[in-house]
Design a protein around this ligand. Structure first.
Ligand code: BES
Ligand code: MN
Ligand code: MN
Length: 459
């Protein structure tokens, strides 16, 4: 491992330059205007895997953006690690809030600023560089397969069929993902659970066209007023969600588990100051840590309708829209929750309007086992490079494909993330600490080593 440390030291500037090159390609999967760039990014990752020494590297076509696959099979009797990550990024807007352009990465205060710096280009590329190090130093201890997709930020629609059709090719003993965060640079943690997601769009229609709000206002339902009221009714005074049966399948944590969670370092005041909020908010009876990890939520992501241009236009709009997401926890099912939402929303609509609910993507919540050798190997790896035992943490974000690794590939996942919640992923000025980038590259080979050893001991 000393050999690897000195290799990292020797090549660290190039490792960073390559990440900066990757960050310069605007791989925004949500916006078709960037389609060529998304494809260029896939080709970039493909080339870097080849350069690092992977075999059978290819761009696997899908109905959407290609999946970059590569492997190094050194001995079929040894265990296999499947690395998953994504090369697509979120749209960069609002552009005016960036202090430097999102696709012109710059280093400030020891962090690289760019869209995708942390989510997930920076974290995904750590794996490519860790692999390069192990190959160059002849110390790759087991087999590795890479599966890097380009549609994570738009719901990974084409990945489940890819898993299904290539289950044999992707067979592995553990899936390793760096696309989550840790508590702090001096408080390492390993993610042991992610929330699921139900995402719907609603359309409320009042009159058949926009009307003069003086002539008709008062006598005809205003769909924006109605939608606002409907949305407001989805939470009660305790901030519980009011959709009937919404909580039926929620797995409650035991008092012991909650006590364990409460040990996670957290300061509400620092949190409020960081977000410029005067007070916390959320479901009665739960802490901020619990509200953002083990409890389900319902949030409006966007709402529009009527006149939103300059000045004032008196109009009673015909339509109102909202995009609503629900974060789910074990054992809720996204299909079931989406159906419950739809029924409830249609039921609470007054006769004066019509409503239409359109489901978008969903995903199931996951918990990853801490008694699996993958988790144990990750603990040992972080202990070696941070000098501290990592803490297990449940996180609030979603990576829907993780549930399918278990279902289709029958493999457990290790969520070994090196980002921080303050890295502004999906926000303006996203960044990733150079400490985190290099620490990740340093830690990953330890994971391979320990996972291989634990597999042998368990055989
Ligand atoms: N990397 C994130 C998920 C994440 C963020 C996990 C922070 C843990 C902590 C991922 O790229 C993401 O943004 N997922 C989406 C869901 C997807 C279906 C668009 C999310 O969580 O909103
Ligand atoms: Mn991500
Ligand atoms: Mn993301």
């Amino acid at each position: 491992m000393n050999q690897l440390k000195s290799y990292l030291e020797t090549h660290k500037d190039r490792f960073l330059d390559e990440l900066m090159d990757l960050l310069r390609i605007p791989s925004v999967s949500a916006d078709s205007a960037y389609a060529d760039d998304v494809l260029r990014t896939a080709a970039f990752v493909q080339q870097k895997l080849i350069d690092a020494g992977a075999d059978n590297v290819c761009l696997c076509p899908t109905a959407g953006y290609p999946i970059v696959y590569g492997e190094k099979i050194i001995d079929t009797s040894l265990p296999t690690v499947l690395v998953y990550g994504h090369y697509d990024v979120q749209p960069p807007d609002p552009l005016e809030l960036w202090t430097s352009p999102p696709f012109e990465p710059v280093i400030k205060d020891g962090k690289v600023y760019a869209r995708g710096a942390c989510d997930d280009k920076g974290q995904m590329y750590m794996h490519v560089k860790a692999f390069e190090m192990m190959m160059a130093n002849n110390c790759l201890p087991c087999n590795v397969k890479f599966m890097i997709e380009g549609e994570e930020e738009v719901g990974s629609d084409n990945l489940p069929p890819f898993l299904q059709n290539n289950a044999e090719k992707l067979a592995c003993d553990v899936v390793l993902v760096s696309d989550t965060s840790m508590i702090a640079n001096d408080v390492p943690s390993i993610t042991t659970g992610l929330r699921g997601l139900s995402y719907v769009e609603v359309e409320v229609t009042g009159p058949n066209r926009d009307l003069h709000s003086g002539t008709y206002g008062g006598a005809v339902a205003n769909p924006i007023n109605v939608l606002s009221k409907m949305i407001a009714s989805l939470h009660n005074e305790n901030n519980h969600i009011t959709i009937p049966n919404f909580y039926d399948d929620v797995l409650e944590l035991s008092a012991d588990e909650r006590r364990e969670m409460a040990k996670r370092p957290f300061n509400q005041e620092t949190y409020n100051t960081y977000l410029s909020i005067n007070a916390e908010h959320g479901e009665a009876g739960y802490s901020t840590t619990e509200r953002t990890s083990i409890r389900p939520t319902l949030d409006v992501n966007g709402m529009w309708g009527g006149y939103i241009g300059e000045g004032a236009k008196t109009v009673l709009p015909s339509k109102a829209y909202a995009k609503i997401s629900m974060r789910l926890v074990p054992n809720q099912s996204s299909e079931k929750i989406t159906a419950l939402f739809q029924q409830h929303f249609e039921r609470i609509a007054p006769k004066s309007v019509k409503v239409q609910v359109t489901p978008h993507h969903g995903g199931e919540p996951v918990v990853t086992p801490t008694n699996h050798i993958g988790y144990k190997a990750a603990v040992k790896a972080m202990e070696a490079t941070f000098g501290k035992k990592p803490i297990p943490t449940r996180e609030g974000g979603s990576i829907p494909i993780v549930a399918l690794f278990e279902k289709i590939l029958e493999a457990k996942t290790v969520l070994l993330g090196f980002g921080l919640n303050s890295d502004a992923i999906h926000s303006p000025n996203e960044h990733y600490g150079l400490f985190n980038y290099y620490k990740g590259i340093e830690t990953i080979p330890h994971f391979y080593k320990h996972f291989t050893a634990l597999s042998a001991a368990n055989a």
